[in-house]
Design a protein around this ligand. Sequence first.
Ligand SMILES: [Zn+2]
Length: 283
Amino acid sequence: MNSLRIRDVAHFSHDYDPFIPPAPCAFTEGIDPLPLHKDFTTPEAFRSFWKRERERSHWIFDSEKHSRVWYNYESPLGSLPVATIKVTGRPPQYDWSIKHLCRFSGVAKKQSEHGQRDSVRQNCPVFIRIQKLRGEERVRIEYHWLHSHDTDPVFHSAYPRGRNEQKWIESMVKDGRNWRSIREKLTLASSQITTANPEDPRPKSLLIRYDDVRSAMYRHRTLAYKKNYDVSLSVKLWMDTIRKEGGKSLFDEDVAKLDGKNYMIAWSSSFQIKIMQDNANIA
Ligand SMILES: [Zn+2]
């Protein structure tokens, strides 16, 4: 079980392929236990179980005691081993513990009368808790698997894309693909689907729209221009860059320190300075 990585237990797949139709639910209402308790004794068995489940539904991470230290929205991108809990006092019964919720969990909000899109929160009771038992080569799950809503792609199409699809689009954008190139990929796949059996589950690639790609491209571009999540620090770093590249810049530290939101800057980039020098005689 030591070979399990954060990416193996994350709430979305890193190698998600939207062109592969989601697997049908492996459990039957009234027959399979609810919640389902199950132990996995090999990393491979757990990986293949969780890959299937997390690609079939939309999940969100739920921060529980001992889990938020090493797991946040962005960190599972890495391939770090799952960190062992270090505690003082009575040792816990597990080395690590993580909980994911169905994205449609949470208390449903009252709908406005103005035809707004349905809230994602729909009181769905589904969640999974995954724990590595201390001193044992076993991963134990507690899985409340019965959703209170449809789980097919048609149902999901009414909501923004899930984390799996978002991550897939982001990886396309990072690879330098634009909407046209992604659309070609999507169109080619959908033309092949029409010849398949209409009873088969539809792949989620059919749900990916121009707007999804456009917002991913926007986020990607914005990130490239941000040198830090703190806006004033990001601006300060840009001012430093301008200076390093032969320009002149000013960043007023005192103004920035007042509330962390305001800052005063002035700059001339190296090419602006050159234009001024070249045209000094004209003025
Ligand atoms: Zn659900």
